[in-house]
Write a protein that binds this ligand. Sequence first.
Ligand code: ZN
Ligand code: ZN
Ligand code: FE
Length: 760
Amino acid sequence: MNNLRVRAEVQGIVQGVGFRPFVYQAARKRRLSGFVRNTSYGALIEVEGAPGDLDAFFLDLREKLPPLARITSINTTRLKPEGRAEFVIQHSEAQDQRTALISPDVAVCPDCLAEMSDPLDRRYRYPFINCTNCGPRYTIITDVPYDRDKTSMRVFTMCPDCAREYHDPADRRFHAQPNACPVCGPQVELTDRAGRPLEALDPLRAASDLLRAGAIVAVKGLGGFHLAVDAANDQAVRLLRSRKRREEKPLAVMSPDLEAVRKYAFISPAEERILASIQRPVVLLAARNPSPLAPSVAPDNKYVGAFLPYTPLHHLLLKGFLALVLTSGNLSEEPICLDNQEALRRLGGIADYFLWHNRDIYLRADDSVVRAAGRKLRQVRRSRGYVPVPVFLKRPQPQVLAVGGELKNTVCLTKDDRAFLSQHLGDLENPAALDFFELTIGHLRRILDIAPEAIAYDLHPDYLSTKWALEQTGIELIGVQHHHAHIAGAMAEHHLEGPVIGLSCDGTGYGEDGRVWGGELLLCDYAGYERRGRLDYVPLPGGAAAIKEPWRMAVSYLEAAYGDEIEGLDLELLERQDPRRLDLLRQVIRKKVASPETSSLGRLFDGVAALLGLKDRAAFEGQAAMMLEMCCPEGRFEPYPYDLAREEDLWIVKPQPLIRALVLDLDRRASKEEISGRFHRTVIAFLAELARRLAAETRIRTVVLSGGCFQNQVLTEGLTRELVSEGFNVYTQELVPANDGGLSLGQAACAGARLSAAKR
Ligand code: ZN
Ligand code: ZN
Ligand code: FE
C-alpha cells in the first residue's frame, strides 16, 4: 500500500494545552512520520503513513484531545510523501497571521495534586507545580506564539531535571511552558505588612497558622492578590470589612473540598460539576441556616459564594480550614492588585501579612462568579478560567473593538467568527480602572493580532469608556444604544438573526430621547432597533442619588400613584424619613429639579424594596432589588393590577394600580414574602403582555431577555416559563452575563453588522 502525506492546519485552543505531545504520541503509536509545530493560527501537522493509520490518527485528533484543547477547524491538503522515518516536534515560528487561541488559566490537575502530596516526590508541597494539562496561561502570557520566553516564566531557567521533562515527548510536562520545581522555579515568601520577610521554615504553614489566629493575609494568586481571613472567625471577617471599607457586600469563601462546602451550603449535582470544573468559578449557592460560617461573611443573604482551590498554593493554604474568605485584594471597587510592590502600597493598610511569590502576573483577572439555573450556567462575572475563550459568532464579521459600558465593564474584540471578551475590568469610575481598561485593550489586540476597523461605544456621554472611544482618531466610531446592545449580545450568543422581540430590563441606560431607560420593549436585529414599549416614566429624584437611596424611588412612585393623597397614607416608609428631607424630596419630584425621567425596571424593584422596609439606602448597586428577590418564596401568587396604555407607537406599562394595591397589602399587614411574591408575579405578567402585544403586531415569536434585571432568577425563570407555555421561543444568556458585563459583545455584534451592511 502506498503511503500518503497529509498537511493539516489546525485552529482552536491548541497551544499550551498539551496538544503537541498528544499529536506526537498519537503519531508514534501508529509509526507515522512527519512533524507538528505551533503556528500563529494554531498548529501545523504533517503526517505520513498508511491510509488506514492516517484515518485512525485523525480520529484520535477529534475524539481523544487533552482536556484543555479545543479544535475549531482542521484544514487538510495532500502532499507528496517524503519517506522519512521520524515524527518530531518542531520549534515555533511566529507568522504574520496570529489567530492561535490562548488557553485560559485552569485549575491544578489531579496528577499534579497527587505528586504534590507525595513526600517522596521532588515537588512535595511545591506551590507552583503544573503540567501541560493545568496551570497559569492567560495571566502570564505577553505575546504569541505561546512559548516560555513569551511568559513571565522566562526569568526562571529550568534545572536539568525540569529540562529533561520538558524535552521528553513521553513526559506529561513535555513542553509545559510554566514547568518548574523547588530548585529552579518561583518561590513563596511570607512578610509582615511592611514587606519584611518573616523567618519561617514553611511560609505556607506559617501563613495558615496566622490565619487560624485571626490575621488578615494578602495572598498572591493567579490573577492578582486576594485578602484572606478565616471565614469561621466573625471578628476577623468584621475587621477585614472595616479595613477594606466594604460593609455589606457578600464575600466569597474558598473551601478545601466539596465536603466542606456542603457544611454551609446546599449543592445540586449541576452546581457540584461547576464547582469542580477546571474554570473553578465562585458559585452562588443556597446557604444553610444555621451556618458554621461567620455571620458577617454574607449578612442578610440567602446565598453564599463559594469556590474550590484552583492553584496548588490554595490547596496547601486551605488544609484544615472549613473555609477562608478570599476577596479581591483592593480597596472597594478599584482593580485587583497585581505586583508585590503595588500590593504593599495599596494593601499595607488592610493586610497584616503578605504571602507572595516572585512569578509575575502580566494581566490581572478576578475570580469569575456564576450561578446554576437548573442545568444552565448563568454568568454573573465572566473572568478567570473563561477568558480568553471566544464566543463563536454565526458568521465572520469585520474586526471591531467594543468598549462596553461603565459598571462591570468588559471590552470585546472580534476577529473572523470569534468574539473575545476581556476579563471583568470593574467599574470604570476611577483612574486605576481606566488604566486597566487601556492596558487590557492593548494586550488583547497584541495577543489576538486584531486591528479594529471601528470602535463601538455606549451612547452615554459621561461614561469613561465612551469618552475614551470618542478621543480615538483615524477609526470609525459607532454608537450603540445600551438596551439594544443588551439584546444583541444575547442574540449573538445564540446565533439569532433577528428581528426579535427584546425585553431589555436593567437599572440604567442612556436613552436616545435623553431619558434614563431600563424597562424596554424593543423590536430589533443587529443593525437597528425600534422602541415599541416601556415602563411609564417617573422622576429619578436627585439623579444618581436615587440609585443609592431606594427610598427616593419609593416616594417617586407614591407621588405618581397618589399625588397629594400621600399626606393621608399611613406608611412606615414615610415615617422612617426625616420630615424635612421628605418634604424637600417631594418638591424635587414635583418641580422635576435634578430629576431626569426614567423607565427603569430596576428602579421599580428598588422602590418596592424600600416600601417593604428592606432597604432605604443601598450599600452597592442592585442590593435592594436583590433583597426583594431573596424574600420571594416559591409558589403561585395573585398579580397586582397594572394599566397598559397606548401612546403614539408605544405600549406603556403604568404601575400606579400596582403601587396602590401594594400599599393596601402593606396596610393589611401582609407579609413581605407575600408582597414580594405578588410583585414578581406582576412584573412577569406585564413583561409577558408587552411581548404578546408586539408579537401580535409583528408575528414574531422569538423573545430575547437581557439586562441586569434578568440576574433575578424568579423573574427570569417565571417569565421564561410563561412565554414558553404560550409557544414563544425564549432566549437568555449563558456564556456572558445578562448585566452590563455582557454589553460589549452586543455592541460588537451591532457594529459588525453595520460595517458589513455599509460594505455591501
Ligand atoms: Zn497538572
Ligand atoms: Zn526544576
Ligand atoms: Fe444595562
